[in-house]
Ligand binder design. Structure first.
Ligand SMILES: Cc1cc2nc3c(=O)[nH]c(=O)nc-3n(C[C@H](O)[C@H](O)[C@H](O)COP(=O)(O)OP(=O)(O)OC[C@H]3O[C@@H](n4cnc5c(N)ncnc54)[C@H](O)[C@@H]3O)c2cc1C
Ligand SMILES: NC(=O)c1ccc[n+]([C@@H]2O[C@H](COP(=O)([O-])OP(=O)(O)OC[C@H]3O[C@@H](n4cnc5c(N)ncnc54)[C@H](OP(=O)(O)O)[C@@H]3O)[C@@H](O)[C@H]2O)c1
Length: 518
């Protein structure tokens, strides 16, 4: 067994793992990263056209502004990696990272016995090892190194690495299809020439209608310019609202959902009775805001022309963190006939392409599943029983303050809660976690934490029918307030009442320098 080199292990060096390493730096954590680079999805699950879809100034570490933070363009994946490289260099975080070190197994060796759902969760650092971490180094597949740690922070990401692939009844799966089938994760690995020759002159079916599918359809269309180009067809199970940019009827988008006043009308967990009544009274306002945005999108984009108008309100897509930003030329390519749409709730393969539940068929040479990722499977591959059975509660992982699974001792999870900026969400939770590790405040009992999570899940479920992800986008300011209060920070972080009410909250509002706790 390798010697204990640190109290804390962090698994993964994407945005979340890097943020955790920076905030826990004084404990000299060991960061295990499976690949040879930092950046996670930005390095390994991006297409050539992938750009940030969050405004740049929102996807920013609180103490490390983008050099061109007022530039309204969306940075490419390569710019994000550069930004992350500069961040890790500036704060000397790379020294903690062990590259090509894949955690293949976690074994609980502590003595916590709170799993019956009662009692105290206990301190995160106890002076005794709680987890044995088995690590495979890419250089030598035969050798597994074992380490022990008091506390483990899991930052392996929800996306990337493990593809979510549809399953089919016998004789209706990809085995009967004469063409090629792949997932976006395979497509990401192709270089420019390989990607272009895969789709150029081919009848491509892209399954899915979210961000990966939309970007992919545009890449296919661009590779198929000219006389011998072929159309790419998007196979759509559920229609969603997509937006062209962050402004609506000339107003900045943040005014609708990202200020304290705009979030006031939305239900949030743990509100008192008076607030619940106010919220009920204001509920028509939520519909009005949603309608304003829908009216703009219907005016701006040819939803009706292509039969793409969703039946549900915009707010439900926003509240489930599913809003996709459209690439500029998406509908131009559709107008040119290079992107087509096929709505179908069920589909399967036949030898020449896809077949649908309305008995129609689509001939295809290549089928690319942009069907998303399986983050739970990734976790299950390293966590032992019985802990894997605590990963799902009504479809999402129960995480107290989006960080601690009350049923899993001496372990934290970063990167599992979503908002408009997953970087901002992850970083603030890492700050909260660092103070918890320092013992500056205590966790409630396991039972109370479970109750807390249950109430959050209930609110999320009420806000959107697409509840699948732990998404706090309509009440993130309030969620962050709770963390600030626990950390002993002022939760109202603006300089004036006016900006408190009407300006958006960004990472910079949560910079440690604005507090007197260090
Ligand atoms: C293409 C794409 C674009 C996105 N765009 C946006 C956006 O515009 N705005 C936004 O807010 N969010 C976006 N997201 C969500 C994105 O996932 C987060 O913003 C953020 O980058 C996630 O970082 P992470 O560190 O939590 O996970 P990841 O980036 O997935 O990093 C996880 C890291 O853990 C490593 N790892 C995994 N398993 C192991 C193991 N067993 N042992 C050791 N290491 C392991 C992986 O190699 C990886 O480096 C996007 C996601 C994708 C896929
Ligand atoms: N910044 C960027 O440019 C960018 C680019 C790519 C991805 N991302 C992010 O990465 C994450 C993953 O995005 P993603 O688009 O890869 O995956 P996703 O959001 O999970 O979307 C999966 C899509 O596939 C569809 N689908 C899944 N199974 C299906 C089936 N069996 N039959 C038909 N359709 C099926 C889903 O339809 P339903 O809606 O019916 O479930 C959905 O349209 C998201 O957070 C996204 O925002 C960001």
């Amino acid at each position: 067994m390798a010697t204990i080199s640190s109290k804390i292990a962090i698994i993964g060096a994407g945005i979340s793992g890097i943020a955790a390493a920076k905030q826990l730096a004084k404990y000299e954590p060991v960061v295990f990263e499976a690949t040879d680079s930092i950046g996670g999805v930005w390095k390994h699950a991006s297409f050539r056209s992938t750009k940030l879809q969050t405004p740049r100034c929102d996807y920013e570490f609180s103490d490390f502004p983008w050099p061109n933070r007022d530039d309204s363009s969306f940075p490419s994946y390569a710019e994000i990696i550069d930004y992350l490289d500069s961040y890790t260099t500036h704060f000397d975080v790379l020294k903690f990272v062990k590259f090509r070190s894949k955690v293949v197994e976690l074994r609980y060796i502590g003595d916590g016995d709170h799993r019956e759902g009662q009692g105290e969760y206990g301190r995160l650092l106890t002076g005794r090892p709680a987890w044995e971490v088995a690590v495979q180094t890419n250089d030598d597949f035969d050798s597994i190194e074992r380490y022990t740690f008091e506390f483990v922070v899991v930052c392996i990401g929800k996306y990337g690495d493990v593809a979510k692939v549809p399953s089919f009844p016998a004789k209706k799966g990809p085995e009967v299809f004469k063409g090629k089938v792949l997932h976006t994760l395979d497509y990401c690995k192709l270089n420019k020439e390989e990607a272009s020759s895969l789709v150029k002159g081919k009848r491509v079916a892209v399954v899915g209608y979210k961000k990966s599918a939309i970007d992919l359809a545009v890449e296919c269309a661009q590779a198929n310019q000219g006389m011998d180009g072929k159309a790419c067809t998007m196979v759509i199970r559920t229609l969603h609202w997509t937006v062209p940019h962050y402004s609506v009827w000339g107003l900045p988008f943040y005014l609708f959902y990202s200020t304290r006043s705009s979030q006031f009308i939305h239900e949030r967990p743990h509100q008192n009775t008076l607030r619940a009544l106010t919220c009920l009274f204001l509920s028509p306002m939520r519909g009005v805001v949603s309608k304003i945005i829908e009216s703009y999108l219907l005016w701006k984009l040819p939803y009706e022309k292509y039969g793409l108008k969703p039946e549900h309100p915009f707010v439900e897509d926003y509240a489930s963190c599913q809003m996709a930003i459209l690439p500029e030329n998406f509908f131009t390519e559709a107008d040119e006939g290079r992107i087509k749409f096929k709505k179908a709730s069920k589909w399967w393969f036949y030898e020449n392409g896809l077949q649908f539940d309305d008995n129609s068929k689509l001939e295809a040479d290549v089928v690319i599943c942009a069907t998303g990722y399986d983050g739970k499977k990734k976790l299950e591959s390293i966590l032992p029983q019985p802990f894997t059975s605590f990963l799902d509660y009504n479809g999402v992982m129960p995480l107290y303050k989006s960080t601690i699974n009350p049923m899993i001792p001496n372990m934290a999870f970063i990167g599992y809660i979503e908002s408009v900026s997953n970087l901002q969400t992850a970083e603030l939770r890492c700050k909260w976690l660092a103070r918890l590790v320092d013992d500056r405040f205590k966790l409630p009992s396991v039972e109370n934490m479970l109750g807390h999570v249950e109430r959050e899940v209930e609110v999320m479920k009420r806000t959107t029918r697409f509840y699948k992800r732990q998404c706090i986008s309509t009440y993130i300011i309030n969620h962050n307030d709770e963390l600030c209060e626990e950390m002993g920070w002022n939760s109202w972080r603006k300089k004036s009442w006016f900006s408190e009410a009407f300006s958006p909250y960004t990472s910079q509002d949560y910079d440690d320098d604005n507090n007197n706790d260090n």
